[in-house]
Write a protein that binds this ligand. Structure first.
Ligand SMILES: C[S@@+](CC[C@H](N)C(=O)[O-])C[C@H]1O[C@@H](n2cnc3c(N)ncnc32)[C@H](O)[C@@H]1O
Length: 844
């Protein structure tokens, strides 16, 4: 387990006086005396005191315990010298610049912004010399001025190694005053340039203000410019996890009165600001979050969305701790649960105010010790998490075991799965038990790989006390060598080996049971349907296939990390970019930093994770030729039209796909997130990304279409996907609408799904046509998200393709008029991804 990085926040009053760096002037707030300057350092830069600068000495005193000789009294008791070592802290967090800088900036910049017109007129007319001097000073600075040495807390890069630095917290990039905004941006650029010069890698920036949200775009533009001004610096926005009104805070957090006032409301205002900001900054991977936990946590339900965000730092003031029975500082249950989730991403925790003595016991180190204790507790991983540690949020190309021959390492990975082979053995055992005791059962294991399912069949037969005739078929020549090895050393004549593609395997005898494992993360995406179609002619008419069926599932998710990975070219250096991974192909990925946006229920009572389609084997209805092979592959095309209930505002970056397989009777394999056994290692979920993130307002409905398509001539299978967002509102008073049938409501912008494939194969939550009402938003009665408080149109435009104007917004309205009366107003849609399988396909 890696050590959780913990930083101690030191406010300005705890820092050495500015300008004390190397000249020996001033004393530190902790009373350290300036050092004597010796030599000239390494010959570069200004001379360096032998025992470091006041700042570096202060940092050292926070991070290290010096070695110590025992006092005479201790020595008399036999104490050994202590060797010293690390403290609980790994880093120190300080402001980059100090009050002198703020004073000068205010003198230079706020004069022009806040002066009355008369003042400015007087200055312009040269009536006051002082005003004129200030104007010249400001213009000089705007032309490219920098810091004075007395304005910064850090003066040399030797000091910056263990530091997290805060940009000035008075920078108002979203000020309603235009002049202040522009000058604050110049100041920010100056701070970033200086931090960059000092080789500081991350700078923490004060957040936009809720009351200035009309200027959020100005703030975002300034941040985007700051990111572009340095190619390596990371910007972390210090964002409060929730904002409360003065009235709410007056009711005192933690009291029933406070709970009654705040209730279960979704405090998503600060997240909404973040979502706008990072959207306008193009999901830069260098833009991250410092979540400030100074305010009380909102309800558990609104916290999940932060798990999908790039939270790199947590700001945790001591005032957020509560005393336990022995007066030690601890955190509330809800805070513990939240941190436990966030600790998976190993953020740096910045503790603040530890010297204030807010808690009676434990001293100033008790806070860090407690955080470390929580981190250790949160790291008790289940086996699948342990195994997946190195793969978390790592995008992988899905395997193509039909077109490619798998590597030995890949087989080894499969074979570590503690659940899969146990389930297969159980399925074969149960199938054998259902057969006559004196019969000999012919079993073909097709796609045998290195033989774990063959071994499972042998064990099952022994357990069931049934005789079997077992054949293993494999087309990978290297895996076939291992099968021969196992046959020679373990199985002997019990197992016949056939080196063949199962689609051209021609045994003399037909099988009672065909066992295969050709399943992908989405069930059919490794072409199990096509392979099994090709081998079913070798199964007796009453024979069985293990698996008997498999079903694919989908859910919309938020995962800004994967979105930036898919859409942002990784910057290798200032002049080199690495190719972005396209957003038009599915990936296999163990999701870690993600959040599922859908919930069960809603207006039409849908599932959180929804079923797309199922494949059954064997399938008697397939039209086959003289050799028993299907004429075409069209019977394996599928389409699903799903409608998800989105209770809380969020931003969708794509879909998580899962599968569930019935092996035999009730013996299952499942990676369905609500039903999986949890320890299966063979399959991570699949991810269908969206090229553009889609903003989903609270209480919206998100319709998703996904297709599995096939093309006989090119012998390929591929997936296409698209989605639309709808607001749901009470019906207009015009009345007269017919009874609402979700299956009759139209999916705006897409052709009726029935025309894509036969209805028997499709899962259509909304299919068929219905008449559209007039495109008006009059029916829309409640603001779907708090952010809409400012302006409905602005929020709708964020992150999605909603139009900017409330009244004139082009919207497609669907009607309904039963007990779930509603009209659906379409507010955005994605493009069709991977049309014609142009970017990604699976070869037959
Ligand atoms: C996912 S692996 C499973 C291997 C093994 N059964 C196991 O469970 O560990 C699928 C195996 O099927 C083989 N395979 C895929 N398509 C095949 C085909 N058309 N004919 C024969 N073998 C095939 C692959 O080479 C691979 O060894």
């Amino acid at each position: 387990m890696d050590r959780l990085p913990i930083a101690l926040h030191l406010s300005q009053d705890l820092l050495p006086l500015s300008g004390a760096g190397a000249s020996g002037q001033g004393t530190s707030a902790r009373g350290q005396q300036p050092s004597k300057v010796v030599g000239t350092g390494a010959g570069y830069g200004p001379p360096l005191p032998a025992d470091g600068t006041p700042l570096s000495r202060l940092v050292s005193s926070v991070l290290y315990i010096p070695p110590r000789e025992p006092t005479p009294a201790e020595a008399a008791q036999g104490w050994q010298p202590s060797r010293g070592g690390k403290t609980e802290y790994d880093l120190v967090a300080i402001p980059l610049a100090n009050g002198n800088w703020q004073e000068r900036w205010e003198r230079m910049c706020t004069i022009t912004a806040s002066a009355t017109e008369a003042d400015l007129g007087a200055v312009a007319a040269g009536l006051t010399q002082q005003g004129e001097d200030q104007r010249i000073e400001s213009e000089d600075w705007r032309a490219g001025g920098g810091f004075l040495r007395t304005e910064v807390n850090i003066t040399r890069s030797e000091e910056s190694g263990n530091l997290i630095t805060f940009a000035s917290d008075w920078l108002e990039l979203d000020s309603p005053v235009e002049g202040i905004r522009f000058d604050a941006e110049l100041a920010l650029r100056q701070e970033i340039a200086y931090a960059s010069y000092l080789s500081i890698t991350t700078i923490i920036i004060p957040p936009p203000k809720l009351e200035n949200r009309d200027f959020l775009a100005d703030y975002a533009r300034a941040i985007n410019g700051a990111l572009a001004s340095s190619w390596h610096i990371n910007i972390s926005i210090r964002l409060p996890i929730a904002e409360y009104t003065a009235g709410e805070l007056a009711a005192r957090p933690g009291t029933p009165a406070f709970a009654a006032l705040t209730g279960d409301s979704d405090r998503c205002e600060t997240w909404e600001m973040w979502n706008t900001l990072r959207g306008l900054c193009g999901y830069s991977p260098r833009l991250t979050l410092m979540l400030d936990l100074s305010n009380p946590l909102p309800s558990q339900r609104s916290l999940g969305r932060w798990h999908a965000e790039p939270v790199r730092h947590i700001f945790l003031p001591c005032s957020s701790f509560i005393p336990n029975a022995k007066a030690y500082p601890v955190l509330s249950k809800s805070m513990q649960a939240f941190l436990k989730g966030i600790f998976r991403f190993r953020p740096t925790v910045v503790l603040s105010g530890t010297h204030r003595g807010l808690h009676g016991a434990g001293g100033h180190l008790a806070y860090a010790q407690y955080v470390r204790f929580l981190y250790r507790k949160s790291h008790e991983l289940v086996p699948v998490e342990e195994y997946a540690q190195g793969y978390m949020d790592h995008l992988q190309q899905p395997l193509q075991p039909l077109m490619d021959n798998l590597e030995g390492e890949t087989y080894e990975g499969f074979e570590k799965d503690p659940i899969k082979y146990r389930q297969y053995e159980e399925a074969v055992y149960r199938a054998l038990m259902d057969r006559k005791q004196d019969s000999v059962t012919t079993i073909y294991v097709v796609g045998a790989g290195r033989g774990p399912l063959v071994a499972g069949c042998l064990r099952a037969a022994e357990r069931a006390q049934r005789r079997i005739s077992l054949t293993a078929v494999e087309k990978n020549p290297s895996a076939f060598v291992i099968l021969q090895e196992r046959s020679a050393l373990e199985w002997g004549s019990q197992v016949k080996l056939v080196y063949s593609d199962m689609r051209s395997f021609n045994p003399r005898e037909k099988a009672d049971i065909i066992v295969s494992e050709l399943l992908g993360s989405f069930g059919d995406n490794e072409l199990s349907p096509e392979c099994l179609d090709g081998v079913m002619r070798t199964l007796k008419p009453d024979g069985i296939s293990i698996p008997a069926s498999y079903t694919s599932y989908l859910a919309p998710i938020s995962t800004s990390r994967l979105h930036s990975e898919v859409t942002n070219p990784a910057v290798a250096s200032a002049s080199t970019v690495v190719d972005a991974k396209p957003a038009e192909q599915p990936y296999v990925v163990m999701f870690s930093q993600f959040h599922m946006l859908s919930e069960a229920g809603g207006r039409i009572g849908v599932d959180k994770v929804q079923e797309c389609w199922t494949f059954d084997h064997p399938r008697p209805d397939v039209v086959v030729d003289g050799q028993g092979l299907p004429f075409t592959n069209h019977h394996n095309a599928r389409s699903a039209h799903l409608s998800f209930h989105i209770p809380r505002a969020g931003v969708c970056h794509g879909f998580a796909g899962y599968f569930e397989a019935v092996l035999y009777a009730d013996v299952m394999l499942s990676i369905h997130p609500e039903r999986a056994a949890g320890d299966m290692l063979s399959w991570f979920p699949i991810f269908f990304p969206l090229a553009e993130p889609v903003y989903l307002p609270a209480n919206s409905e998100f319709d998703v279409q996904i297709w599995r398509l096939t093309d006989n001539t090119k012998r390929r299978v591929w997936f296409e996907w698209a989605a639309q967002t709808y607001l749901v509102a009470a019906p207009p008073s015009i009345g007269g609408a017919g009874a609402f049938d979700p299956r009759r409501a139209s999916i705006a912008g897409t052709s009726p799904p029935g025309s894509v494939t036969s209805g028997t194969f499709s899962n259509h939550r909304f299919s068929g046509g219905s008449s559209a009402l007039s495109p008006s938003l009059d029916a829309f009665q409640s603001a779907p998200s708090p952010h809409l408080g400012a302006s409905v149109s602005a929020a709708m435009g964020v992150g999605g393709s909603g139009s900017g104007e409330h009244a004139r917004m082009s919207a497609i309205v669907e009607e309904g008029a039963d007990e779930r009366d509603a009209v659906r107003i379409k507010v955005s849609q994605t493009r069709l991804h991977n049309p014609g399988g142009k970017t990604s396909w699976i070869g037959l």
